[in-house]
Design a protein around this ligand. Structure first.
Ligand code: AMP
Ligand code: GLY
Length: 419
């Protein structure tokens, strides 16, 4: 079959890498892709936020199946446009993508079914938000409601920080004038990934992300500086509770409302004493969590995504090895603040590239025959092994063999699982 993947990050490189290992994949196109993806697939220029353009392209190129990587095209209705054109798609409708696009929507669904999540208030008025805040304990979590690329959340330790976050939101810096104020949840965070075909929920793995830029979880938040899978805190008992108390009831409620979720549900959990609470839903794979999951799933990822899109998850099975994967993100110096583009990266061609060692490209380009940095997060150096420590050693050996003066990475990815 002919397959189109939408996106241009490390997540999409990992998806492409897994998909092209499956014999069902005859032709693979990625739009827009990046320099690493171009080594394993055709790259096409396309406005991936324009549903009509994507459906038209898929039709012209005889695409049988479209996999949507990031959230923005989903929230913009690209999946709906493909479905209307009769093209199979992995990724939810815009209506179901509200689970990610609107924090207030997800909170309301949790309330409707009694799923455990932090107590909250929702406001579109600054004075009402201030009045609510006055009675809540600190720390308190202030969230701009909408897709803010992970930058709309403040964990405020003092009343001044909370006030600053509120004034930012109501002055429009996140492009929304709605706020969700949540009680702070204590515990350990983990990401739980499930395929959902409207009815059946199939768990496909767990991971932990490292959001802060610096070693020891210091410095500002980023899109993610590294990840590993599985997450030890997600024991079988915690997974069962998350499914029974949170995921299945909320997915049943989405179906009952006529807006079933179809695609991958990224369940952000806080776990305290074995009890999971929902922090957030995303309706796409995490980046860089996806790099770890694809390393562990390999070519079967395509079969699972097809079964999901075609409503056959009740008969689908995940074949697991008892293995571990880790992804170390190399970023451009300055990230998540301002950074330069264009610095040369060498040493990549000499690295092992097999089912246990991969460098996924996130923000790279080719210039004069060389690979150059073209983004904030640039490479996802990923390794799989029987033990996490072994995978970590191999991932950092690859990092050390990459010659990129303007790049940096955290040196402690995996610490929580290894300590
Ligand atoms: P979100 O975009 O909702 O996932 O929030 C981003 C990050 O903020 C999460 O991954 C958590 O680390 C933190 N966070 C969000 N909500 C809470 C909460 N209620 N309690 C504690 N930490 C939170
Ligand atoms: N790594 C976190 C995310 O993809 O949202």
């Amino acid at each position: 079959m002919n397959i189109l993947i939408l996106g241009s990050g490390g997540r999409e490189h990992a998806l492409a890498w897994a998909v092209q290992q499956n014999p069902k994949c005859d032709r693979l196109v990625v739009a827009p892709g990046n320099a690493g993806i171009a080594q394993i697939a055709e790259c096409a220029a396309l406005d991936i936020l324009d549903g009509a353009a994507v459906a038209g392209f898929a039709d012209e190129e005889s695409i049988d199946f479209v996999i949507v990587g990031p959230e923005a095209p989903l929230a913009a209705g690209v999946s709906d446009a493909l479905t209307a054109a009769g093209i199979a798609v992995f990724g939810p409708s815009a209506a179901a993508a509200k689970l990610e696009a609107s924090k207030a929507f997800t909170k309301e669904i949790c309330d409707a079914v009694g799923a455990p999540t932090a107590a909250y208030g929702r406001f579109d008025d600054l004075d009402a938000a201030r009045a609510y805040l006055a009675d809540r304990p600190l720390p308190i979590v202030i969230k701009a409601d909408g897709l803010a690329a992970g930058k709309g959340v403040t964990v405020a330790a003092t009343p001044e920080e909370a006030e600053g976050a509120l004034t930012d939101i109501f002055s429009g810096v996140h492009g929304t004038a709605e706020v969700v104020i949540e009680d702070f949840l204590r515990g350990e965070e983990a990401s739980f990934f499930c395929l959902v075909d409207g009815e059946t929920v199939l768990p496909i793995g767990t991971a932990q992300d490292h959001k802060r830029v610096g070693d020891g979880d210091t410095g500002p938040n980023t899109g993610g500086m590294g990840a590993y899978s599985p997450a030890p805190v997600m024991t079988a008992a915690v997974e069962t509770r998350a499914l029974e108390e949170i995921v299945r009831p909320t997915m049943a409620e989405m179906a009952r409302r006529g807006t079933p979720m179809r695609g991958v549900l990224f369940v952000g959990l806080m776990i305290e004493d074995g009890a999971p609470s929902l922090v957030e839903y995303n309706v796409r794979f995490g980046d860089p969590e996806c790099q770890c999951l694809m390393m562990r799933l390999g070519g079967q990822a395509l079969d699972l995504m097809l079964a999901c899109a075609e409503g056959r998850l009740d008969a689908a099975q995940v074949h697991w090895a008892e293995d571990h994967a880790i992804c170390v993100v190399m970023a451009a110096r300055g990230y998540p603040g301002a950074y330069e583009k264009g610095s040369v990266i060498s040493g990549l061609d000499a690295l092992p590239r097999d089912s246990r060692n991969m460098v996924f490209h996130a923000g790279t380009a080719r210039a004069e025959g060389r690979t150059v940095a073209a983004g904030g997060r640039v490479l996802g150096v990923t390794a799989r092994g029987d033990a996490l420590a072994e995978a970590q050693t191999r991932a950092y050996a690859m990092v050390d063999a990459i010659d990129w003066e303007d790049g940096f990475c955290r040196r402690d990815i995996g610490w929580r699982a290894l300590s």
